[in-house]
Design a protein around this ligand. Structure first.
Ligand SMILES: *[C@@H]1O[C@H](CO)[C@@H](O)[C@H](O)[C@H]1NC(C)=O
Ligand SMILES: *[C@@H]1O[C@H](CO)[C@@H](O)[C@H](O)[C@H]1NC(C)=O
Ligand SMILES: *[C@@H]1O[C@H](CO)[C@@H](O)[C@H](O)[C@H]1NC(C)=O
Ligand SMILES: *[C@@H]1O[C@H](CO)[C@@H](O)[C@H](O)[C@H]1NC(C)=O
Length: 430
């Protein structure tokens, strides 16, 4: 019994004095702190008392912070890591520090940071990430930082900051973001406006400058003239479109995505056919309709030809090309999308029936049948235009059992040959 007591005493004594050899652990003002600054450390040493709340590892030679680097000290409130050589902070290095109020990672070489870990640091009040090599901040990086009062991101390599990034920081009162190589384009204009109107103190405002475009190099963001910026707006038009027109077989369906927006939006086509989905970054062909070098598929004339002017041509339109065609336009300020569904009706089949057969949900909810002009302007994102091309001669289902019934059934690609087509237009809203 005496032996056991001695043993326990020894363990307690050991715990009380636990401290990595090269650090000083002490109690100051009732706080347990560990001072490991200026020790030439190349890794976080093991052996801290579990109740340490302040840990300084400043001015060492730590190259990185691996996952679980601080799992011994879950009660940390202040963590000082400035002036090391940290290049990356692994996911899971900081997430367990739910009590952390102060985190100083300034004056390192961090380019790879575990932004996701910040979501867990809901007690954090001061975050110093200045003088690092950060090139971007994810839009949701600060999602969980309800208590953050001071954020320092100055002297990094940030080119931009997405609108909404700072929105979760409802307690913020101090922001330093000067001396970053900002691209002063439409995507950053929100920040200029925000900085001029916010109650958050932003020192060194004249050092928040543009590095590009070239003409604006060195100009403080606050002195930029307003740029003409607008989010994309899209109209989808198509040809042929005259109701009742007699059309030649094998006709070319031309969709045109008419886009507004500043800067000029990027176009993308998303095509959903019964046999699968096709994604096309526009353009995929030159003005001559031939595939651009590097575009996929690399065939001479692609089945779907997306031109730089916004047109999408579908030569030899047939059953295999039935489906929903969506044009998506994106720029720094947002994106917009319009879709048109295209179906072929069999002889004697009413438009609504073909609609229901091809797009079950749309057929059931179709409100009626309208003729519209060449110009289609769905009134909102809920509206969708459906075009039905009616084939006059027999037009068996594509994908039916091939060869059944002997020689009678031509391959689907040839189905339109020798047939004339009638165009019906349906405008549905659902
Ligand atoms: C931390 O724990 C040690 C022993 O484990 C104890 O001696 C010390 O008083 C504790 N410090 C604080 C601030 O509670
Ligand atoms: C996040 O913090 C909570 C408590 O603050 C903790 O229970 C949880 O384990 C932490 N998550 C991680 C990944 O450590
Ligand atoms: C502001 O920019 C100037 C010129 O680049 C530089 O000399 C100065 O150190 C910067 N100030 C701060 C606080 O970074
Ligand atoms: C776009 O270019 C293609 C190929 O040059 C042409 O066929 C098409 O008519 C053009 N579209 C518009 C709307 O001018």
């Amino acid at each position: 019994m005496l032996a056991l007591r001695l043993l326990c005493g020894a363990v307690l004594l050991d715990l009380a004095q636990a401290c990595p050899k090269r650090c000083d652990c002490s109690q100051k003002y009732g706080f347990q702190s560990a001072d490991c600054a200026y020790r030439d450390l190349e890794a976080v040493p093991p052996g801290f008392p579990a109740n340490v709340t302040t840990l300084s590892l400043s001015a060492n030679k730590l190259p990185a912070l691996p996952e679980g680097a601080f799992q011994e000290v879950p009660l940390l409130k202040s963590l000082w890591l400035a002036h090391n050589q940290i290049r990356w902070v692994a996911a899971g290095a900081l997430a367990s520090l739910g009590h952390l109020k102060t985190l100083d990672l300034s004056h390192n070489l961090i380019s790879d940071f575990s932004w996701g870990d910040l979501h867990n640091l809901s007690a954090l009040e001061l975050l110093k990430l200045d003088s690092n090599e950060l090139t971007s901040v994810p839009r949701d990086a600060f999602r969980g930082l309800r208590a953050l009062r001071s954020l320092q991101l100055n002297h990094n390599r940030l080119h931009t900051l997405a609108d909404g990034t700072l929105a979760p920081l409802t307690a913020l009162s101090h922001l330093q973001i000067n001396d970053n190589p900002f691209d002063c384009n439409c995507g950053l204009m929100w920040f200029k406006t925000w900085a001029l109107t916010t109650a958050v103190s932003i020192p060194e405002q004249n050092n928040i400058t543009c590095v590009s475009p070239h003409l604006l190099k060195g100009t403080p963001l606050s002195r930029l003239l307003p740029l003409p910026c607008s989010a994309p707006a899209v109209q989808l038009t198509y040809q042929p479109s005259q109701e009742g027109a007699e059309l030649q077989p094998g006709f070319v369906l031309a969709l045109h995505c008419d886009v507004d927006g500043q800067p000029a939006p990027q176009l993308h086509w998303h095509i959903q056919t019964p046999s699968g989905t096709v994604e096309i970054a526009s353009p995929n062909v030159g003005a001559d309709g031939r595939a651009l070098p590097g575009a996929l598929p690399a065939s001479g004339r692609p089945r779907f030809q997306a031109f730089a002017n916004g047109s999408l041509l579908i030569p030899d339109f047939g059953k295999l090309e039935e489906g929903t065609y969506s044009c998506l336009a994106t720029n720094e300020l947002g994106s917009a999308e319009r879709s048109v569904s295209v179906a072929l009706a069999s002889p004697g089949e009413a438009g609504e029936v073909a609609l229901g057969r091809r797009f079950p949900a749309k057929g059931a909810e179709a409100k009626g049948c309208y003729t519209v002009d060449n110009e289609v302007q769905p009134s909102g994102p809920e509206d969708n235009v459906v075009i039905i091309y009616l084939s006059r001669a027999g037009s068996p289902e594509a994908g039916g059992p091939v060869g059944e019934g002997g020689l009678g059934r031509p391959p689907p690609g040839l189905l339109l040959l020798g047939q004339s087509l009638l165009v019906l237009l349906f405008l549905t809203s659902f």
